[in-house]
Design a binder for this molecule. Structure first.
Ligand code: COA
Length: 377
């Protein structure tokens, strides 16, 4: 029998740097940088498309470049007709993330550049995906309500069009500004699980649609982008019985995770939380939002006192989306509509790195077992 496998398995790949990247830096001390720019210097001073450009081209655009980029994005928002028809045919009780994952996969069949795998073709593909993912989300949102989705308007940017196509009404300035902030805060976050999944797929030189499909499937889980929906479920539950302290202490006594709390990298406050908390505070003129906001602040204090952990991006993001009138099943789709820019930037970086991401394992199973033919078992 062979020797015991002496390798050490790093459970959950904690602290393993799986590759080099220049796209974003998640500083454990509570800061987040996009291409070296601290998000605190960007939020409210940039629009989402500006940061998407930064991730793809590795520099901030000037006015003309941003104008051209925004125009290009809007011109790419329209979906191929069969995709719209597919979306219209999904059952009413579908899981929206499943539909997004499947329709992104279908987009590959309609790629105008087919299988061309050059860098310029992949950049054009990345731009199409940044434009089309929000349209899939808006189309699904509308079709589940049996309403047609309006065509994107040339005079709006991608973010305004996203809201316009989703709601069917022209978004007010506040909603559009909030959505730019929300999407910028969600655009990228180092080697998070979905980005890593996208990079693993891209590392085999598979196509961009396959890599994004892997990412969407990974984002869906409640330990990642699915946490926001669970946060809202929790807040809704408490909305009924109003026993915040008892409810949270009960979950912790039962060793349950509080959704929207904790983080693998940050040892202190998630730097995105304060911006999302500010967004929610701005909506507090609404009774429901201010009610949820007060609950959130109380939950923050209880969880910190007991576990010394902080809210992550999903906690206040859930209330922000609720304030914008979005139903909770769609929260992860808003996450995906923003993170798509990060995913495609990472996929492009992975293609450039040109190395197969293929870890090893520590084998802990048996060896040398005696084979017994089926007729003797
Ligand atoms: N609620 C309660 N306790 C939590 C917690 C949470 N949300 N997140 C972490 N902890 C506790 C764990 O119970 C553990 O405590 P212990 O050492 O006393 O057993 C400790 O903090 C470390 O947790 P662990 O699960 O090992 O951290 P991780 O790095 O593997 O997990 C997350 C990170 C994000 C998966 C985890 O914090 C989590 O499940 N959070 C809830 C889901 C969520 O909000 N996801 C969105 C992430 S952006």
């Amino acid at each position: 029998m062979s020797e015991k496998d002496e390798r050490v398995a790093v459970r959950g790949l904690r602290d393993v740097a799986a590759a080099e990247s220049k796209i974003s830096y998640v500083d454990p001390n509570g800061a987040l940088y996009y291409l070296g720019y601290n998000i605190d210097d960007l939020i409210e001073r940039v629009v989402y498309e500006e940061v998407a450009y930064l991730l793809i081209y590795k520099k901030l655009p000037n006015m003309q470049e941003l104008y051209n980029f925004k125009t290009k994005l809007v011109s790419e928002m329209k979906l191929p007709h069969p995709i719209v028809e597919n979306i219209k045919s999904v059952p009413i009780n579908c899981c929206p993330m499943d539909v997004l994952r499947t329709q992104v996969s279908h987009l590959s069949e309609h790629d105008p550049e087919g299988k061309v795998f050059s860098e310029p073709a992949n950049i054009r593909r990345a731009i199409r995906l940044i434009a089309q993912v929000p349209t899939i989300v808006a189309t699904l949102y509308r079709s589940l309500r049996e309403k047609p989705v309006p065509a994107p308007k040339k005079e709006f940017d991608l973010v305004q069009n996203f809201l316009y196509m989703l709601k069917g009404t022209i978004p007010n300035e506040k909603a559009a500004k909030v959505m730019h902030r929300f999407m910028t805060l969600h655009i990228d976050h180092g080697f998070n699980a979905s980005t890593f999944a996208a990079r693993v797929t891209a590392s085999t030189n598979s196509d961009m649609y396959s890599a994004v499909t892997s990412a969407i499937g990974t984002l869906k889980g409640p330990l990642h982008g699915g946490a926001g929906e669970k946060v809202m479920e929790m807040l809704d539950d408490m909305f009924l019985d109003e026993k915040v302290e008892e409810y949270i202490q009960g979950l912790l006594d039962d060793k349950k995770k509080i959704m929207g709390f904790g983080h693998r990298i940050y040892k202190t406050q998630d730097p995105r939380t304060k911006h999302l908390r500010d967004i929610v505070e701005d909506f507090c003129e609404s009774f429901t939002t201010s009610y949820f906001y007060d609950k959130c602040k109380r939950i923050e204090r209880i969880v910190y006192d007991r576990k010394k952990i902080y809210p992550n991006v999903d906690f206040y993001a859930a209330v922000a989306l609720d304030a914008l009138g979005i139903q909770k099943e769609f929260f992860p789709l808003f996450f995906a509509s923003s993170r798509i820019s990060g995913w495609v930037a990472h996929i492009l970086e992975q293609y450039e790195d040109a190395v197969l991401l293929r870890p090893s394992q520590k084998y802990v199973g048996e060896l040398g077992r005696i084979f017994v033919p089926i007729e003797h078992r």
